[in-house]
Design a protein around this ligand. Structure first.
Ligand SMILES: [Ca+2]
Ligand SMILES: [Ca+2]
Ligand SMILES: [Ca+2]
Length: 451
């Protein structure tokens, strides 16, 4: 399948994309003795380097040295023949199955659904330039307004807040003793000094994107912090964020993450999210992230950042999530002056990652990038996953899917392509169940399994 092209050496060096040439281990556009030495170093060091694996058989050994020497001697240029799938953002509507809403009060997830609470009070907050107005609040819901910066302190039960209007210098912050609902009903909030929405309540935070509305939240590059309070994102909540509704929410972060919860984040069918970050993660949660549905598009361009980053579990059971991540490794020094590096990925789970349905598309283009980086078992039973990693190695090995324990693929459609690394790198056991109709694993840079 390789295309052998005999070209004048200089023409080759000028015309070919470095990195698309077999044997060019260091990616400088030429194949020479330096590349041979790098292969020998890879063999002696016992480390797998995708570029050193010149014949793409999954191991680096003397055959690769011979192949590269042959390329040098003959002047042949072998173009690599892997063309990964196209991964592009897609905000088109998604036809999703009718959602089942639990109606048994004892069900573990009964409280995750905004429909299962009877909302008693409605408070309306409208932003208008450098001011804001509030209507409908009882004495148990105290609202302070400073310009367009609104602080709600509530002891009331079953309150829903409906937000509208636009401000270039505003925010809304909640202190509540009870769970509450916020409806975004056509609101555009930019806070140059921190989070646009800041929820300090640890109880359920129902975020409803009203159908037919487009809403936008933006943070600023520098956050003004309050002592003993977290504020980690343009949309931050101490409690779980339960996203529903048929509207659209755009979140732009330039200071921290787009959306962060110190609990879990649950995204339901019907909603559209667009997350754009030049500073942090798209979605960051502590307890888990569950994508049950919806259309999620992310453009992440920050070193060390992930599209989805969870200190615990990531579940994908529906929807269509597309993550384009162009960051690379974040290099810092700690207080002792030691180098500290933070990797970049489409999705990173510090515990398990499970996908049973929906679509997950990831493209990571930066050097060192992973498509998915999961610390505990990775289980793929259904849906469609497409991972494309195009960057090279700088400080760390780029990989399609990296799993520190066991990996099981047993249904759906799985595709992973890392142009300069392994499509799948599993430290534990890899189990690919029988019954697939397609299995494409001849080249370690590409793995495709379709059931
Ligand atoms: Ca080279
Ligand atoms: Ca090889
Ligand atoms: Ca906290």
């Amino acid at each position: 399948m390789k295309r052998y092209l005999l070209l004048v050496f200089m023409v080759a060096a000028l015309s070919l994309n470095a990195g698309a040439m077999t044997g060019d281990v260091n990616g400088d556009g030429t194949v020479n003795i330096t590349d041979v030495n790098l292969v020998i170093n890879s063999i002696l060091g016992g480390t797998y380097i995708a570029e050193a694996d010149a014949n793409h058989d999954g191991v680096v050994n003397i055959s690769d040295v011979n192949q590269i020497i042959n390329i040098i001697l003959t002047g042949a240029v072998i173009e690599d023949d892997i063309t990964p799938k196209d991964i592009v953002l897609d905000d088109s509507d998604l036809t999703e199955p009718a959602e089942v809403i639990p109606d048994d009060e004892d069900a573990l997830d009964f409280g995750d659904y905004v429909e299962n609470t009877v909302w008693a009070l409605t408070v309306r907050i409208n932003f208008d330039g450098d001011s804001a107005t509030v209507t409908g609040n009882p004495s148990t819901v105290m609202v302070e307004i400073d310009g367009a910066h609104v602080t709600v302190t509530s002891a009331a039960k079953r309150v829903r807040y409906i937000l509208t209007g636009t401000t270039p210098d505003g925010s809304i912050k909640f202190y509540s003793e009870r769970k509450f609902q916020v409806q975004l009903a056509g609101v555009d909030i930019t806070n140059p000094h921190g989070a646009a929405i800041n929820n300090q309540c640890g109880k359920s935070f129902y975020l409803v994107l009203n159908g037919g509305t487009e809403n936008t939240l933006r943070d600023g590059t520098e956050y003004t912090m309050v002592e003993d309070e977290d504020q980690k994102a343009a949309l931050f909540s101490e409690g779980q964020i339960l996203v529903s509704g048929k509207g659209k929410l755009n979140v732009y972060s330039t200071g921290k993450h787009c959306i962060a919860s110190d609990d879990f984040i649950f995204v339901r069918p019907g909603c559209h999210l667009y997350l754009n970050s030049t500073s942090g993660h798209g979605i960051k949660a502590k307890d888990y992230v569950h994508i049950k549905g919806g259309v999620i598009n992310m453009e992440i361009n920050a070193d060390g950042a992930k599209g989805i980053n969870c200190d615990s579990l990531v579940y994908i059971t529906g929807g269509r999530t597309t993550i384009i991540n162009s960051g690379t490794t974040k290099m810092e020094t700690d207080s002792l002056g030691n180098p500290v590096s933070t990797g970049v990925a489409g999705v990173k789970a510090d515990c398990n990652m499970t996908m049973t349905g929906g679509i997950l598309n990831i493209k990571s283009t930066g050097n060192d990038a992973k498509g998915i980086n999961v610390a505990e078992p990775f289980l793929f039973t259904g849906g469609e996953m497409n991972i494309v990693v195009t960057g090279r190695k700088a400080a760390n090995d780029p990989k399609g899917v990296k799993c520190d324990t066991d990996c099981t693929i047993q249904g759906g459609s799985f595709y992973s392509c890392a142009l300069h690394g392994l499509a799948l790198d599993v430290e534990g056991t890899t189990t690919i169940a029988d019954g697939y109709t397609t299995r494409n694993d001849a080249d370690p840079r590409l793995l495709e399994i379709i059931y």
